[in-house]
Structures are given as structure tokens and as C-alpha cells.
Design a protein around this ligand. Sequence first.
Ligand SMILES: [Zn+2]
Length: 222
Amino acid sequence: MTPNVYAAPAASPDANSSSPVACPRCNAAAVPRELVQQCAGCGRSFTLSAGPAMDSSVLPPHWQLAGPNINLKWSVVVTYRYAALDPGGVTYGTLDPVVGVAPIEQRGIPFGDVLTLTVWRDTGWVEPIIGILVPIPIAAFFVYTTVLAAIKGSGGGVIILALLAIAFGLAGAFMVYRGVKIGKRFARIAGRWTTFTVPFGQNTKFHEQLFRRCGLTPPPIP
Ligand SMILES: [Zn+2]
């Protein structure tokens, strides 16, 4: 990415962006801690870590030690957003809506300019609901047909239908598990000039490397 994505904007920082030292859900004031903390306002858990721009004892490693770039891409209605850990910092932007490759807007925070990192998890409801509505009824249908085939005594058919029932059942169970247990994981990256929130999902490498490249030991994911 181009170095100018890290430039300070001409205007003041986003007026509506939340405080870098606040609960990501209710904006109640919070102090950085090493482990997971409970919000004083809404009672839900998150981690809040002070980065190099807030705590002078935190030193990001030299950019040449950073390792490979890590890229994330996710869809937002018709366009795609992306976030990337580049050698110099973390960049965030919107991709063109047609092929989802060319950045049409991007911002960046050098690792040394990170004020705070905040990580939290929300239950993802769409995936469990789709899991309950689609694969689980299909699995139930195959269980029913397996029983019918068994009653009729068609041996090979029973095995195929039973395997299909198991496959759809596992797919549905996995979708429910992934939504409820893993959920949607978010990282709010607050810099001196801009703040953005990245849904990093199951990419624990992004979480780990984001902290390490800021000079922090990764806290547990809430
Ligand atoms: Zn809160």
C-alpha cells in the first residue's frame, strides 16, 4: 500500500468515533488491562490494551522483523472492506464493488501510532439460524428416508442415505457452533488520527500479529 495512507488528515479526527479508552459497545470509560475485563457500564467482556502511542514503554519491533503481510477481506452489503497488516502498520479500506480488488478508499495507522487495541466478541446469529433452517431439516429428511429404506431392506441405499444424514447434520451443527461459540470477533484499532474496527472472525493470526507488531503480548480473545 502507498505510504500516504498513513498521513494525518487535514480535518480533525472523526468526530463520531468512539473514545480509544472506552467499552466498544456502550462507550463507558475503561482503563487498559492485560487480561479480559468486564465493562462497568454494560457488564460485557472485552480486552483493552494500550499501544505505543499511549504507553511509551511499548515499543513496536522493527518493521523488517514484522513477517509477511496478513490480509482480511469481508463484505458489507454491496462492497467489500479489507484490512491488512503491512510492514509499517495496519491499513483499512473499501474495495470497488464490481470485482472487489481495487481499493477505492483507504486509511492506515502506523504501528507506532496505535493508541489502543480493543477486542470483543458478539454472537453471530445469521449463521446459526441458517444452520437450523437449511442443513438440519435436510439431515432430518435423510434420517427419515434412511429409516424407510431400512424398513424396505435396501442395504446400499440405507448406507448412502445415512451418510447424507450425518453429513448434513454435522454441517448444521458446525454452523450453530461457529456462530454461537466463535461468534463475530472484532478488533478496534484506535490511532492518533483515525479509528477503525476489523471483524477478524477465525483469523487468530491477524489478532496475534496485530498485537505483536505493536510491541504487545497478545491478550486472550474474549
Ligand atoms: Zn460497556
